[in-house]
Design a protein. Structure first.
Ligand code: PLP
Length: 378
């Protein structure tokens, strides 16, 4: 008997990637960091590859090792590695690494030398995001060092890359500036003798809205999961949200008007009504900020969380709708059966869908549907 679950439609993931592929001549890297944005990195990676992704992207080396450990041998880039982290295992497993400083490049090259093979590296440019990456001031030294390490056989410069700051705001002038800075940096790299096979800049928003940012490879994260980084964007309309979060109601009860609900008694029933207790809380990634605000499908209609979200549970005021112990409450899903979407939750919480899905914790068991191995009839 299940209590709370995140149902992940892997057919939707594969279909989303196939749709994204149709929008570009570039190859598609499915970004499966943070356990596949909470969906489960290994099953999502397999579904994305089935849909036509040819690369996988992760943040940390542990995430990359999990995928390799599951037997996934697609090209893979890990971009968030702390200085001093042993890299030989990454080189051995053909995991591409990113370098944004000469120091990082030296560590990658050392690992290549130790393993007796060229370590695959992507050089990262800061074109304006102001996060990782070498700014134009540092870039010439980085590409010079990389060209030398490549000539020595210690590294293979597979890619040059950068990340966009505001592509989710169509028309934002920073995108043009970043594109120009990227093009300039590629020219500097070329003068140093580097012509990497993969130049990559676009995230989902760039993929959906700016074909001139696609280059050789696009890094598709949120769109892989069927969510759009740009509200109402036409090219995203065909995406299908992959995750449905639901739980079985623990208990329902009729209460009179004036009943206080949950810690602090911040909600009081305005009339006689039915309360339904749902076994998900802030420890499961339902933000406490959703108190008296989060939308939930209960008893065939959308209702709102009543009172504070607790660590393990919250209460819904279901009015006079028919709802019984053990019924299913749906927090979000594709939105096709009247349930709220992750975007609805993001709007209520003043955040983005990325945060809503990626924070769902492990107590909501992951259930996979829509893949050949989960559904023998498919
Ligand atoms: C997370 C991430 C992406 C994916 O971004 P989306 O907006 O989810 O498509 C791409 N590139 C980098 C460097 C990232 O960290």
């Amino acid at each position: 008997m299940w209590q709370a679950e995140a149902v992940v439609d892997l057919g939707a993931v594969a279909g989303n990637v196939a749709h994204l592929r149709g929008l570009t001549r570039a190859e598609v890297m499915a970004v499966v960091k943070a356990d596949g944005y909470g969906h489960g990195a290994v099953p999502v990676a397999r579904a994305a590859l089935r849909g036509g992704a040819t690369w996988l992207g992760v943040a940390t080396l542990d995430e990359a090792y999990e995928l390799r450990g599951a037997g996934i041998d697609a090209p893979m880039l890990a971009w968030l590695v702390t200085p001093g982290t042993p890299l030989a295992g990454a080189v051995r497993r053909d995991i591409d690494l990113s370098a944004a400083t000469v120091g990082q490049l030296d560590e990658v090259a050392d690992a290549g030398r130790r393993e007796g093979r060229a370590a695959r590296v992507h050089l990262k440019i800061d074109t304006g995001l102001g996060r990782g990456g070498a700014t134009p001031q540092y870039w010439p030294d980085l590409v010079t060092a990389a060209a030398k390490a490549q000539a020595d056989g210690a590294v293979e410069v597979v890619g040059t890359w950068s990340h966009l700051a505001c592509a989710d705001e169509p028309g934002h002038p920073s995108v043009d500036r970043q594109l120009a800075a990227f093009t300039d940096a590629l020219a500097v790299a070329e003068r140093a003798g580097l012509r990497p096979a993969y130049r990559h800049l676009a995230n989902s928003a760039g993929l959906l809205s700016r074909p001139d940012t696609h280059f050789d490879l696009v890094r598709a994260g949120i769109s892989t999961y069927g969510l759009s980084p740009i509200a109402g964007w036409p090219a995203a309309a065909a995406l299908v949200p992959a995750m449905t979060l639901r739980a079985r109601i623990l208990v329902t009860k009729r209460v009179p008007a004036g009943q206080g609900v949950s810690y602090g008694l911040t909600y009081t029933t305005p009339r006689e009504t039915t309360l339904a207790v749902v076994p998900l809380g802030y420890a499961d990634g339902i933000p406490r900020a959703a108190s008296n605000a989060g939308p939930v499908l209960v008893g065939g209609a959308r209702h709102t969380i009543a009172g504070r979200v607790c660590m393990d549970q919250f209460v819904v005021d279901a009015g006079d709708d028919p709802v019984a112990d053990g019924d299913v409450a749906v927090l979000f899903g594709p939105g096709t059966d009247g349930e709220p979407t992750a975007d609805d939750w993001a709007a209520v919480l003043s955040t983005i869908s990325y945060e809503v899905v990626s924070r769902i914790g492990p107590r909501a068991r992951r259930v996979y549907v829509g893949a050949p191995d989960t559904d023998p009839a498919a």
